[in-house]
Design a protein around this ligand. Structure first.
Ligand code: FES
Ligand SMILES: [Fe+2]
Length: 355
């Protein structure tokens, strides 16, 4: 046998594993109630539910009896009750009730996998990796979500593509070209790029279409003629595994990733519009400011949906082209994407990565 024959394949970013030792976003808070809900994170089926105190629990979505989905069941006394024979699994993953247990039988000692999970800033964050490391790893967080000076809107991205295509789309501000009438910025120029083990920060200068300084500024969303281009910094960051950005002082957008499989990615795209210019509003009672914030919640959702539809179309075409010809290499000119791919590789090969 030739000693120099090796089975090691070169790294391919389109097949990169996730680094499981991070907090991923698996649901929006409002999607999880006392009715169990099934989600998938990197090919792991997970059931989420709330107990009577409102706390979230996350278990492997598989009944230890015959491996049907626990998410088809319901919550009974803070346990998940399987739909099939009514076994109940508690929040620690232990079998708590078998309704037909005979007097001489003991409860099975099976254990369903549990996951560290947190509810913060409107979303459910789950740590799929080494549970002992979860406390040491910070989650990105969205401080604007509850802040009275920011209006939030969000939509779901669901694309049949590897997560690398989505993050590259978000880090490449030269793709404003695609968005036509939805476009928020134009004329991006990449000025600075910083790269560390956990993040890539790309600083562009761009022309911003929107300015939020009048009470009727929201009408710019619907009437393009009201938009006036003006220069603004456009900063985008890959804070592994998520993304955040800032366009001038008035807009922030985050993308919270839930890679489902090597060819399927879900994410939440969250948009924040600033009310910082409205000084008189800030002097009003907090109750009224909260009312305004809630009233305007999701006002930019249509805009987000329009952007996402266009992006997803391109991303899925990229994935298809890759599947048809994996050896084909794109002619990439944006150096931010070289950094993004290096970070994905670093994370995929990093400590704590599964087999
Ligand atoms: S398969 Fe779940 S109780 Fe039987
Ligand atoms: Fe886009």
């Amino acid at each position: 046998m030739n000693a120099f024959v090796t089975t090691h394949r070169p790294f391919d970013v389109r097949q990169a594993e996730i680094n499981p030792d991070h907090w991923y976003v698996v649901a929006a808070s409002r999607e999880v109630s006392q009715q169990p809900v099934g989600v998938t994170l990197w090919q792991q089926a997970i059931v989420l539910y709330r107990d009577r105190q409102g706390a979230i629990h996350a278990l492997e979505d598989s009944c230890p009896h015959r491996y049907v989905k626990l998410s088809d069941g319901k919550v009974v006394n803070d346990n998940v009750e399987c739909a099939y024979h009514g076994w109940q699994i508690d929040a620690e993953g232990k079998c708590a009730v078998v309704p037909y247990l005979e007097a001489n039988q003991k409860l099975p000692t099976c254990k369903v996998k549990t996951y560290p999970v947190k509810e913060q800033d409107g979303f459910i964050w789950l740590f799929p990796g080494d549970a002992d490391r979860a406390v040491q790893v910070e989650l990105m967080g969205l401080p604007e979500w509850d802040h009275l000076n920011w209006i939030a809107s969000y939509t779901v991205i669901d694309t049949k593509a590897h997560f690398s295509y989505l993050i590259e789309n978000l880090m490449d501000m030269y793709h404003g070209h695609l968005h036509d009438n939805w476009q928020a910025w134009t004329g991006a120029i990449l000025n600075d790029l910083e790269e560390t083990g956990d993040r890539v920060d790309a600083h562009y200068q761009a022309q911003n279409y929107y300015r939020i300084d009048k009470i009727w500024s929201v009408s710019q969303l619907f009437i393009p003629a009201l938009r006036r281009l003006h220069p603004d910094p456009l900063d985008v960051s890959y804070v592994y595994p998520h993304w955040k950005s800032r366009l001038g002082d008035d807009f922030k957008i985050c993308c919270l990733f839930c890679p489902v499989s090597p060819t399927h990615t879900r994410a939440y795209l969250v948009h924040f519009t600033s009310l910082n210019s409205f000084h008189r509003l800030h002097k009003l009672p907090v109750k009224f400011r909260r009312f305004v914030k809630n009233l305007m919640f999701n006002s930019a959702r249509k805009l987000l949906e329009g952007l996402v539809e266009q992006d997803v179309r391109m991303i899925e075409q990229e994935q298809q082209a890759y599947l048809e010809n994996p050896a084909q290499r794109p002619h990439e000119l944006n150096r931010a994407l070289v950094s993004v791919q290096r970070l994905i590789r670093h994370q995929a090969e990093g400590e704590g990565v599964k087999g």
